[in-house]
Design a protein around this ligand. Structure first.
Ligand code: NAP
Length: 230
């Protein structure tokens, strides 16, 4: 059966890898982005930001939503301003809530739908300089569980929590051989994530293969959150 999926933050490398996987199965994938995107989506709509509710309207049922927009603003706690905290919260958390709210009737119309959100390993594992992003993504994990309860049994809600992944967002932490080497050594599987690693997990959570899974935060992090290896 051909399904309809909608992604916010469609320019994300991870979003594009996920769209490719779904398109291989002949599904329809629509995008929303603050950038103009020509490829990868059946249609991609341009929006000014994710904080307003000026999202395009759909008449068709939606089988799944994924909210990709995110930030990595790392600073010592005493250098984070109120506007840093608010900006991270708006892009990472409030935008996700507005996006889901806007398309709730489309999801309900499909009878069985799946929502996937994106957190970070830094919510479950304390890391220096991550206070703003861990607060904002912590809200995503709370939203995942609350909505999973409220929208059950017909709409499932899950999220993934990645560690450092090779995308434009992670680039500044990986842009020298020394930084890359240090990041790989810190990871239990001695590997930085690739966008496809995240896309495979998102595709699973969107699909019927995960039909008995809801309200979960799935670590997609090479073991970073739970393992300490030599
Ligand atoms: N890469 C990592 O190391 C890592 C680790 C943990 C979690 N994550 C999460 O993974 C998700 C996907 O990111 P990615 O790694 O695939 O990075 P990416 O390819 O750089 O994509 C960045 C995403 O953030 C959006 N975005 C960036 N700045 C924005 C702003 N100021 N206002 C609104 N939207 C903005 C972009 O949306 P547009 O389409 O509108 O441009 C795009 O969806 C994010 O939620 C991120 O927090 C990534």
């Amino acid at each position: 059966m051909i399904k309809n999926y909608l992604f916010a933050g469609a320019s994300s490398k991870t979003a594009i890898e996920t769209a490719k996987l779904l398109k291989q199965e002949q599904h329809k994938v629509f995008g929303i982005s603050t950038h103009a995107i020509k490829d990868h989506y059946d249609v991609c709509y341009n929006v000014a930001n994710y904080e307003s509710s000026e999202f395009p309207s759909f008449t068709e049922p939606l089988n799944g939503l994924v909210y990709f927009p995110g930030t990595i603003v790392l600073k010592p706690f005493n250098r984070l301003s109120e506007s840093d905290f608010l900006s991270d919260y708006k892009i990472n958390a409030l935008g996700a809530a507005s996006f889901i709210k806007h398309y709730l009737e489309n999801l309900k119309a499909s009878q069985k739908a799946s929502i996937v959100l994106i957190s970070t390993v830094a919510v479950g594992l304390g890391m220096p300089f991550h206070s703003s992003i861990s607060m904002a993504k912590g809200a995503i994990e709370g939203l995942t569980r609350a909505l999973a309860a409220e929208l059950a049994p017909n709409i499932r809600v899950n999220c993934i929590a990645p560690s450092l992944t090779n995308t434009p967002l992670g680039e500044k932490f990986l842009n020298t051989p020394e930084k890359l080497d240090a990041s790989q050594k810190r990871n239990p599987l001695k590997k930085i994530g690739e966008a496809l690693d995240l896309a495979n997990a998102i595709e699973f959570l969107l699909s019927e293969n995960s039909s008995w899974i809801t309200g979960q935060v799935l670590s997609v992090d090479g073991g970073m959150k739970h393992l300490k290896v030599l």
